[in-house]
Write a protein that binds this ligand. Structure first.
Ligand code: NOJ
Length: 683
């Protein structure tokens, strides 16, 4: 049910104050808007020298006076504006996610729209829009159509986030070769140089903040540079020619977002990013199906087989059939096949232009595999590794997705391997230029692929993608992505595998932006024969709990079938756990330490729980008040054994059944680097 209230029934405060500054008579206009339950208040100040905003929560400053504005090549949009008009409105609506962590999303905010005009002969126009929710705010710039400004270049965005104190921050650096694939640092803001978003902050009093953006379309990604002792400023990924945005009026920037919660759990609960995106543009979404998959994948990362053709080629018909058989036997929906197409031979990551997206290697019989997959009710998941050869991929885009559609492929994993600034674009003078993965050129590319895939009824799982900004609301076929340091680093990272605290940091950082293809569920935690210097730094039950903790609508069972065959008792949980949820509750949360999440299956009354910890063993309490009152459930508990420890006894696991109801509180014992995974089956 949706209810828009216009004209507004609530009183908003518009204060126009006049200040006397020395001999200059400067008029400052201050407009304010509060959140629906009067938790947050935003004040926007327009004076001759600057545009600023400030945010308070229950009267205390959360963001001190911080600059707003844009610097265009053609003109500056930073000072000397007056308010032409302003309007407010209240929205309280509930909308449905076709798939996700919950079904119904409440979108409740108060909006303030300020139309500004420069006090100058040209009288340039700029609009600021603020949406204030109880758990955060979003704001954006709009450059309306106006005389003399048809197209333009933005050279800098002045947006700042000035914090009242030097909060603790969890961040990964920006402008680095491996994109978002880094371990998180945990330092005060003052130690930050340039960071990616989302960046997570916690104040001394335990207030939690996340700075990010929503609805990133045709604009560069926003990184943040430190400005002042403990402030951050927008630092947009540039084009190769140094400009940041190539724009046409009317232009709407992405939303700049600040999520604000009393607890770390509150950040995970927030749906602010999705709410700031446009409603779904795909009319019929019934073909977009969440599900689980296995893949001819980990064996390549362990170097058991190869992407390229030859004696060890992994994507051969016989091997793929083996995976299809395994998926069919265990009720999994798909089989990802990497290395199936021409282009992998030689140094593929420097020669992306050789990839063919509709031309299989001869030992991969796509017709036979399509037939076999249909017979077994298992779909092939396609793979488009571009190696950063964007023009080559764009030239084949329609053909590539037509090929997928013709072969019963409903999801494609894509990839953009290449370091930082590696994407070749041909500029207006016909010269090749290198572009960032996260600049406007690539944001446009990712968007183009999403729309082309949708036309062919194909869903996407994008690796080396641009960060998620909630676009799945508008394009639900853009299902999941990597955009973080995933499981594959555990196979080969020279600096060592991901430490246990990485997994308990992701839910409070990367996952706030949206689903992640972490590729969980490695049961063979050591692989000395293939990669003696790497291993999985977790217990086996920790890997199982990730299916609940790290949400992805396309969830991989990443290990080799033969490793699962050895532990079918534990694999039962992976068979049972859904990839689509009705509801989500965060039961325990401490950033970088531990997290417990419970989620309800969208298609039954069953609930699932996942809990994980860092290097430290702990006992957490999980009250089961989310279960239907008066109903009994069989809790199948997969827990770390009494001797389990990620370093010494990672395979020690126990399965036990208990009868529980909504009045039960479970004690969740987690071994060092451990976890717990529970299915609550309604009796
Ligand atoms: C990097 C991706 O993250 C990984 O999953 C994939 O196997 C390789 N690229 C090859 O495309």
């Amino acid at each position: 049910m949706s209810s828009l209230h216009w004209p507004p029934t609530r009183l908003f405060l518009l204060a126009v104050a006049t200040f006397l500054a020395g001999e200059h008579h400067t008029s400052a206009e201050v407009l304010t808007v509060s959140s629906p339950s009067s938790i947050l208040k935003v004040s926007v100040t327009i004076d001759a020298e600057r545009l600023t905003y400030q945010i308070s929560r229950f009267g205390e400053s959360v963001i001190d006076s911080s600059r707003l504005g844009l610097v265009l090549k053609e003109a500056s949009y930073a000072r000397n504006f007056k308010v032409l008009d302003s309007a407010t409105r209240e929205v309280d609506e509930t909308w449905e996610l076709p798939w996700g962590e919950e079904k119904n999303v409440r979108n409740r905010f108060n909006e303030l729209r300020i139309e500004l005009q420069e006090v100058s002969p040209s009288g340039k126009l700029l609009t600021l829009v603020f949406r204030v929710f109880d758990d955060g705010i979003g704001f954006r710039y709009e450059i309306p159509a106006q005389p003399g400004l048809a197209s333009f270049e933005i050279l800098d965005e002045l947006t700042e986030f000035q914090f009242p104190a030097d909060h603790e921050a969890w961040w990964i650096g920006a402008f680095l070769p491996d994109r978002y694939e880094y371990l998180y640092s945990n330092t005060p803001i003052s130690a930050v140089d340039t960071v990616q978003t989302p960046v997570t902050l916690e104040t001394k009093n335990g207030l939690c903040l996340s700075i990010h953006e929503a609805a990133l379309i045709d604009y560069p990604s926003m990184a943040l540079e430190r400005k002042g002792l403990h402030g951050l400023k927008a630092d947009l990924y540039p084009w190769s020619d140094g400009s940041k945005v190539k724009g046409k009026a009317p232009l709407k920037s992405p939303w700049r977002t600040i999520q604000i919660a009393d607890t770390p759990a509150g950040l995970i609960d927030s749906q602010l990013i999705l709410n700031l995106n446009e409603p779904c543009k795909i009319e019929d979404t019934s073909w977009i199906k969440p599900g689980k998959y296995v893949g001819v994948w980990w064996e390549m990362h362990l170097a058991q087989s190869t992407w390229e053709s030859g004696a060890k080629h992994g994507a051969n018909t016989k091997n793929v059939k083996r995976y299809i058989d395994f998926a069919a036997k265990h009720g999994l929906d798909g089989v990802l096949v990497e290395g199936w197409n021409v282009g992998w031979d030689g140094n593929w990551y420097d020669n992306g232009d050789r990839f063919r997206f509709a031309e299989p290697y001869p030992d991969f019989d796509i017709e036979e595999l399509t037939r076999y997959g249909k017979e077994k009710n298992v779909r092939i998941i396609g793979h488009h590794e571009t190696g950063g050869g964007i023009l080559n991929y764009e030239n084949q885009l329609t053909e590539a997705f037509q090929f997928a559609e013709d072969h019963n492929i409903r999801a494609v994993k894509s990839g953009y391997v290449g370091q930082g600034q590696c994407i070749r674009r041909i500029d207006e003078a016909g010269q090749p230029q290198l572009e960032w993965h996260h600049g406007q050129f690539m944001v446009r590319h990712y968007q183009k692929v999403t729309e082309e895939a949708a036309r062919h009824h194909v869903a996407l799982c994008v690796h080396e993608s641009i960060k998620d900004t909630g676009l799945r609301r508008t394009y639900p076929n853009l299902m999941t992505r990597e955009s973080a340091r995933g499981q594959e680093y555990n196979a080969w990272a020279g600096e060592g595998s991901n430490p246990p605290d990485h997994l308990v940091t992701l839910p409070f950082t990367r996952m706030l932006s949206g689903p992640m293809d972490y590729t969980p569920g490695i049961f063979g935690l050591e692989f000395k024969e293939y990669r003696p210097n790497n291993r999985i730094n977790a217990t086996i039950v920790n890997q199982m709990a990730l299916y609940v903790v790290l949400y992805s609508p396309l969830q991989m069972a990443a290990d080799l079938p033969e490793n699962y065959e050895k532990r079918l008792d534990l694999f039962q949980f992976i068979e049972d756990v859904p990839a689509d949820w009705q509801d989500t509750r965060v039961l325990n949360a401490s950033i970088g330490d531990y997290v417990t999440i419970a989620r309800q299956d969208r298609h039954s009354e069953d609930w699932y729980l996942g809990s994980i910890t860092d290097e430290q063993g702990r006992v957490l309490e999980a009250p089961l008040s989310f279960l239907s009152p008066g109903k009994k459930y069989t809790a199948t508990i997969y827990r770390d054994g009494d001797m389990a420890d990620w370093k010494t006894r990672p395979y020690d696991a126990v399965i036990e059944d208990k009868v529980v109801d909504s009045s039960t509180t479970l004690k969740i014992r987690l071994a060092p680097g451990g976890g717990q995974a529970i299915r609550f089956h309604a009796q």
